[in-house]
Design a binder for this molecule. Structure first.
Ligand SMILES: Cc1cc2nc3c(=O)[nH]c(=O)nc-3n(C[C@H](O)[C@H](O)[C@H](O)COP(=O)(O)OP(=O)(O)OC[C@H]3O[C@@H](n4cnc5c(N)ncnc54)[C@H](O)[C@@H]3O)c2cc1C
Length: 475
């Protein structure tokens, strides 16, 4: 028999956006039902596994390169099953944050089932019908399987399935251009697998090519094979238990042999099986994302949408920010509109690649002649001492010292981008960034030095030098 629930709020999808709203709403005393078809935590929980794997691979790499620090490299035997057990154990430490028990203790009722709309005011999930006052769609995104003959027979791995492996893949072929595939490819290579990345377009098309090159150089020197502009036309099982992929690489035929296939195509909004039409919820024709107003309301005023499913730039922080806006609308009826946001993005690999604001190419489309400043890691004492001299910070500067964008390729880029994100959000100028005191010795000084270099180059300008010379005449 179908039970009927009538909560204040029903959240569909327990990832970054859904959890943020469910927890905050429950905190304000609203009755909340959370419908989740998979693991609570969404892509954040999966990212924990990837982070743990990348950390293991980084350790393996630093042991291999111990001689750079005057230490004999220990003989390295990689027990893949033990590495994966450690990866799962470390990722599991994040699990309490994503447990039904913790949410239950906060007063949130979790329904472990896929949700689908029955009509404009009812969602069905398992044996329950939820008729909530308000709904939040936060179902995230997924990597679609490409339409390639033979794919089903190969039974490709998903990112989640990769972490269940106990034996090292001999040759992992990764299909797709999800930016997070790059760190994963590098990690598996460093743990002893042969790895080939096959992309139907160029590598990291949204990133600044000169910064992306720093990361791609390292991946290639680690032994990751990258095949760009390649279309897989057929997949076949081979006698040895692996597979063969026929590819069209810029018009020429190529064949790849692999043992495991992982699909990480660019993600698209996940509206699978939601029956949005029955819910009166419109989607955008080009992207498939749910159409939302500036207040994140869908075409059904009872339903809001946040995060990847609403076509937001994929970033957990943005989904959470949007959830906070929706909460104001749902609970307090405050008209909360999205304002311009600077959302930093990160490609987690070694080295890291981080970007906030405009890249050089984007800035050139908007402004006549942005100034470009580069500050190499090699000029930073801490980076050199720790063996991280590769990479640089790149600043894109507009008129009146306005910071338009910042990109960083190098160690800890994800941490180093944080003050620049704040600077962009608060409209600080490069002069403000040059005036701040950075703790020393840190890699955080690289950014400040870039800002100082800008004003030093201005000081070298003839007019200013003449003025300084003139003033010297007066004592
Ligand atoms: C595999 C993966 C890895 C990522 N890695 C990174 C990264 O390293 N760095 C980064 O900045 N961003 C990363 N992202 C993007 C980032 O995590 C997302 O932008 C962010 O988490 C979006 O939050 P969300 O709430 O929209 O969706 P998610 O956090 O993805 O949560 C969506 C949830 O909805 C559930 N769901 C879907 N359909 C239904 C249904 N019909 N009924 C019930 N539940 C449903 C899913 O099971 C999932 O738990 C990743 C995304 C994915 C998918």
């Amino acid at each position: 028999m179908t039970a009927v629930l009538n909560p204040d709020i029903c959240v569909i999808g327990g990832g970054a956006g859904g959890l943020a709203l469910a927890e905050a709403a429950a905190g304000f005393g609203a009755s909340v039902v959370l419908v989740e078809k998979g693991r609570i935590g969404g892509s954040r929980a999966r990212a924990a596994l990837r982070m743990a794997l990348i950390a293991s691979a980084r350790q393996a790499e630093s042991m291999r390169r111990a001689d750079r620090f005057g230490l004999a490299a220990p003989a390295q035997e990689i027990d893949f099953a033990a590495v994966m057990a450690s990866v799962r154990a470390r990722a599991a430490r994040t699990a309490p944050a994503y447990s039904a028990e913790r949410l239950g203790a906060l007063g949130i009722r979790v329904i472990p089932a896929a949700g689908r709309f029955k009509n404009r005011s009812t969602l069905t999930a398992g044996t329950v019908d939820v008729r909530a006052r308000r709904f939040l769609l936060a179902t995230g995104s997924l990597s679609p399987l490409p339409d390639v003959p033979g794919l089903e027979e190969i039974a490709p791995l998903s990112e989640a399935g990769l972490f269940d492996l106990t034996a090292r893949p001999d040759h992992l072929v990764i299909l797709g251009g999800d930016p997070q595939a790059f760190g994963l490819a590098q990690a598996l290579r460093r743990l002893g697998s042969a790895v080939t990345l096959v992309l139907d377009g160029p590598c990291l098309p949204d990133e600044d090519p000169e910064l992306a090159a720093v990361l791609l150089r390292r991946l290639r020197s680690d032994g990751v094979r990258i095949v760009e502009q390649a279309r897989v036309t057929r997949l076949e099982r081979s006698a040895e238990g692996g597979f063969t992929a026929a590819c069209d690489v810029r018009g020429s035929e190529d064949r790849l042999e692999g043992s495991h296939l992982l699909v990480m195509t660019a993600r698209v909004p996940d509206t699978d099986g939601l029956d949005l039409r029955k819910g009166g919820i419109a989607t955008l024709r080009n992207s498939g994302a749910v159409r939302v107003s500036a207040m994140l309301r869908t075409s059904n005023p009872r339903v809001y949408a946040v995060g990847d499913v609403a076509g937001a730039q994929a970033a957990p922080g943005l989904a959470e920010h949007q959830a906070a806006l929706v909460l104001r609308g749902m609970l307090f009826r405050l008209p909360a509109k999205q304002r311009e946001l600077f959302v930093p993005r990160l490609v987690l690999a070694d080295p890291e690649l981080a970007q906030v604001g405009l890249t050089e190419a984007e800035a050139r489309k908007q402004t006549r002649s942005p100034r470009i400043l580069r500050q190499p890691y090699a000029d930073n004492d801490r980076a050199q001492a720790e063996g991280h001299g590769e990479g640089h910070v790149k600043l894109v500067i507009g008129r009146d010292d306005r910071i338009l964008g910042v990109g960083i390729a190098g160690a800890n880029a994800g941490e180093l981008i944080a003050p620049w994100t704040l600077a962009l959000s608060k409209g600080l100028t490069l002069r403000d960034m040059a005036a701040q005191l950075a703790p020393a010795p840190t890699m955080g000084e690289i950014g400040k030095r870039a800002a100082i270099a800008y004003f030093a180059s201005m000081a070298a300008a003839t007019v200013l030098r003449r003025l300084a010379g003139l003033l010297r005449l007066f004592g």
